[in-house]
Design a binder for this molecule. Structure first.
Ligand SMILES: Nc1ncnc2c1ncn2[C@@H]1O[C@H](COP(=O)(O)OP(=O)(O)OP(=O)(O)O)[C@@H](O)[C@H]1O
Ligand SMILES: [Mg+2]
Length: 312
């Protein structure tokens, strides 16, 4: 059982930029903890603090009962990180890279060789074992990096945007692998792919401008925003009909269409009105993407239409 406890972490960089502002959360167990947020929200800063690469300006971080701000070296053998900008050494092969990384982590040469081949196989990289890293495609390079930490012996792993730049198939292969590993590991990752984060995360941290906006499971997040259904209007309409005595919010601007957020009870009334007005729609439970837009709306509201009392 792993545990992560963060209390009031702030990080102010030398240029006075406050990248994290009093972030607190705690997690117990194994699984996938995803950190999401816009560019510059503070995701990398947070993951680097958790992985003992950065010292917070203030606040407490305790992982597996170790105060990692005071005693970072005590946790290091149990954790591994792939930074956002990580690159494999160009003139080595994936096999050589992995063997040297595992030896650095304390495995013998023969153990490292066996583990390296096994892990590269698991990531479907067998045919690239002996190709120079510089000759691999960007996505394959990324997979080689992921193989480092997955088989390093560390049980808590930090992945900063592991799937960025991967094609949809490689991305889903990697997420499937992470899904298999989540029974044994605590995987903390950052991502901009919200659909995947929604499907696979046990808990999701949403940060915006250095502040923790929400921290919950997907179901918990759905409850947090008062609308749990999303109605997407599929045809181009000039004017939205009036909905009376129902709770809803209309978002205009996503592909110039309309999206109505509402709750389960009122969705029936709204869809009946849409049908009467011959407006085509699809209805789904709100997605992480809807929640993301909803919760960080203050900073992305330029597309909004304020003509209706509950619109933004
Ligand atoms: N070393 C640094 N010195 C000064 N400011 C920094 C430094 N690293 C990050 N920042 C700033 O801190 C804020 C948070 O950056 P961070 O890299 O944590 O964001 P992020 O959420 O990971 O963004 P992205 O999605 O683009 O990777 C940004 O405003 C960034 O410009
Ligand atoms: Mg980042």
């Amino acid at each position: 059982m792993h545990s992560v406890y963060c209390k009031n972490i702030s990080k102010i960089y030398h240029n006075k930029k406050k990248a994290l502002n009093n972030v607190s959360f705690s997690f117990k167990g194994k699984g996938i903890l995803s950190i999401i947020g816009k560019n510059g929200a503070g995701k990398t800063t947070l993951i680097r603090i958790l992985a003992t690469e950065l010292v917070p300006t203030s606040g407490t971080v305790i992982i597996d009962d170790i105060n990692i701000v005071k005693n970072p070296e005590e946790i290091r053998k149990n954790i591994a990180i792939i930074p956002q900008e990580a690159r494999a050494v160009q003139w080595l092969t994936p096999k050589q890279t992995l063997i040297s990384y595992l030896m650095y982590r304390g495995f013998s040469y023969s153990e490292s060789k066996k583990l390296a081949i096994e892990s590269l196989k698991k990531l479907s990289l067998t045919k690239n074992l002996n190709t120079l890293n510089r000759l691999l495609s960007g996505g394959t390079k990324r997979k080689v990096l992921v193989s480092y930490v997955l088989f390093s012996g560390a049980k808590i792993i930090f992945l900063d945007e592991p799937t960025t730049g991967l094609d949809p198939i490689s991305r889903s292969e990697l997420w499937n692998l992470l899904k298999k590993l989540k029974d044994d590991y605590l995987i903390v990752l950052t991502t901009h792919y919200l659909e995947e984060a929604e499907r696979l995360s046990d808990k999701i941290i949403l940060i915006d401008d250095g502040k923790l906006v929400a921290y919950d499971s997907m179901d918990g997040l759905r409850k947090k925003i008062k609308y749990n259904y999303s109605i997407l209007i599929s045809n181009n309409i000039q004017k939205m009909p009036k909905f009376i005595n129902v709770k809803y919010k209309i978002i205009k601007g996503l592909n110039s269409g309309y999206q109505i957020l509402t709750n389960e009870k009122d969705s029936e009334k709204i869809t009946n009105i849409l049908i009467k007005n011959n407006i085509k729609f699809s209805i789904n439970p709100v997605s992480l993407e809807d929640i993301f837009y909803y919760l960080v709306k203050k900073t992305i509201s330029e597309d909004s239409d304020n003509s209706d009392n509950d619109e933004y």
